[in-house]
Design a protein around this ligand. Structure first.
Ligand code: HEM
Length: 507
């Protein structure tokens, strides 16, 4: 009895001690003021050029880095889980958080405000064009209340689950035509080596135009005249991405003088705007002639947007055409590449496609998730703080860009075993399997972004890719005959030419 009592006493004393220690730690944490922002480890910085000298060969602390992946790896190894960088050329300060719990804390606290800077050139262009846009920003460039109001208006049209029923048959027509086109040109290896990106752009533009403008553009014809709107749209999209990289990422004085690159991007934005407006007017006329007496669920995206207001419809169509072309083209190419270098995965997918259509597309979705884990379109997500936060004991004030390096983390062994292997099975494995994707923190892989401000086109994008890749893999076998595909980061991830795809009829 006394021994038992003695034991209890020891236990009681231990519990008291643990509680006291925990209390001491808590009150210490509460009483210790956060360390100042300036003390966060990171790159040294000078006025105007910011931290750029760190990337100089030989003398720079970091040295030149070919890609963002290597840069992030160097920063994490050198400085730890929280790294500060001051912006160069009037860009604001940034903090990279390498632990998902840390950026989750900031992102959740910021979700209602959701400030996501970027696209400074487009923002400036829209400000200059007040007469055209009548001061209206879309989701890409608006911030704060203006963004929330616009987003709440367009969410129901773009994120509704009925999109499959509405667009499935027409997207399938595009998928069939695109597959036939690739089948026709598959032996022209020299052309495909240097122009596979153009082919994927034709597919993604034709698909998103169907939703955004309510029409087929005609990108899949064998020859497109130079003055055809589809050709103009493809050309201006290319200019927008190339010039955005030059103006937004590389040092450029465009804010002070109208540089040649700024003039080029302005012309491309004008052309985009003109073409979308014409098509929307056309769609509006056709809808008026048809009448609006159809069930709400059968109304197209464009009809729903026009019902909100014509300006919202044009701005939103314009944004879909900015955000929905290169993204889908990149991810489709990334997926086809991984299927090409993993023939067993490709065979398994083909078997699923050719089996009972009722069995669904579970394996396709796993393949897509794995391709997105490998290469995000946007390698890192970003939010600008609208209030102070304390992370890892450091103060992060208002106005700092908090970066979540999602693509880098998605290829870490600690989150995904065998991270550099393409294993779609991890997305369908059950919980007892070490590969089970759910063992990774849910904020590690965020290919469509986070929270209320996440991608508006994700349902449309997934539908387009599923329908096309299903048709393609059923008809064609894809392989890769060359060195590994090279992804480079230019604002978003892009693929470096040449392409070494080979296509043959699938048995
Ligand atoms: C696989 C293809 C795509 C990927 C991986 C992708 C990815 C993303 C990401 C990462 C963001 C930023 C989200 C955030 O900050 O949290 C975004 C935003 C956006 N995306 Fe996509 N996207 C894709 C396709 C599309 C398509 C087809 C459309 C056209 C409908 C589209 C329209 C948009 C718009 C309008 C935004 C801005 C949303 C806002 O700020 O409220 N995206 N996308």
């Amino acid at each position: 009895m006394s021994r038992k009592f003695g034991c209890n006493k020891v236990f009681t004393v231990q519990v008291q001690c643990v509680l006291q220690c925990a209390f001491r730690k808590l009150s210490a944490a509460a009483s210790v003021p956060p360390k100042p922002f300036s003390s966060i480890p990171g790159l040294k910085s000078f006025p105007i050029i910011g931290p750029l000298h760190n990337f100089l060969p030989f003398i720079g602390e970091i040295g030149p880095k070919g890609n963002i992946f290597d840069l992030l790896d160097t920063l994490r190894v050198k400085y730890g889980p929280i790294v500060k960088m001051n912006g160069a050329f009037a860009r604001g300060p940034m903090v990279v958080l390498f632990e998902p719990e840390d950026y989750e804390q900031v992102y959740r606290a910021e979700d209602l405000t959701s400030l996501r800077p970027g696209f400074a050139v487009l923002t400036y262009y829209r400000e200059q064009q007040k007469s055209t846009f009548e001061g209206m920003n879309g989701t890409i460039t608006a911030q704060g209340k203006e963004w929330r109001d616009f987003r709440m208006k367009v969410n129901p049209a773009l994120l509704k689950p009925k999109l499959v029923k509405l667009y499935g048959p027409a997207l399938d027509e595009i998928a069939v035509e695109m597959t036939q086109r690739l089948s026709r040109i598959k032996n022209d290896e020299e052309y495909l080596k240097w122009n596979f990106d153009t082919e994927m752009t034709k597919f993604s533009l034709e698909s998103i135009a169907l939703v955004a403008l309510g029409t087929r553009l005609g990108c899949l014809q064998d020859s497109i005249p130079a003055d055809h709107p589809a050709k103009k749209m493809m050309d201006s999209t290319k200019v927008i991405f190339e010039m955005s990289y030059k103006l937004e990422i590389l040092p450029s004085p465009w804010r002070y003088i109208s540089t040649p690159s700024y003039k080029k991007i302005t012309n491309a934005y004008d052309s985009h705007w003109k073409i979308s407006t014409n098509y929307i007017k056309h769609a509006q006329k056709a809808l008026q002639e048809r009448g609006h007496d159809i069930p709400d669920e059968d109304k197209s995206v464009i009809e729903k947007l026009l019902a909100i207001d014509e300006k919202v419809a044009v701005v939103m169509a314009n944004e879909m055409l900015f955000a929905g072309i290169d993204t889908v083209a990149f991810v489709t190419t990334n997926l086809l590449y991984h299927l090409a270098i993993n023939p067993k995965v490709q065979d398994k997918l083909r078997a699923e496609i050719r089996s009972d259509p009722e069995s669904g597309s579970k394996y396709f979705r796993a393949c897509l998730k794995e391709a997105l884990r490998f290469y995000h379109v946007v390698p890192a997500n970003l939010r600008r703080t609208s209030k102070p936060h304390v992370v890892r004991g450091y103060e992060i004030p208002e106005g700092v860009d908090v970066i979540a390096p999602n693509e880098y983390l998605s290829r870490m062994e600690k989150y995904y075993p065998r991270p550099n292997e393409f294993i779609p099975e991890r997305w369908i494995a059950d919980k007892s399997d070490p590969l089970y994707y759910g063992n990774a923190h849910p904020m590690v892989t965020l290919p469509f972004g986070f929270g209320l401000r996440s991608c508006l086109g994700r349902r449309i994008a997934q539908l387009e890719m599923e329908i096309f890749v299903t048709r393609f893999i059923n008809e064609l076998k894809v392989s890769w005959d060359g060195p590994p595909l090279k992804v480079v980061n230019k604002l978003t991830n892009t693929i470096k030419k040449p392409y070494y795809f080979k296509f043959e009829d699938a048995k």
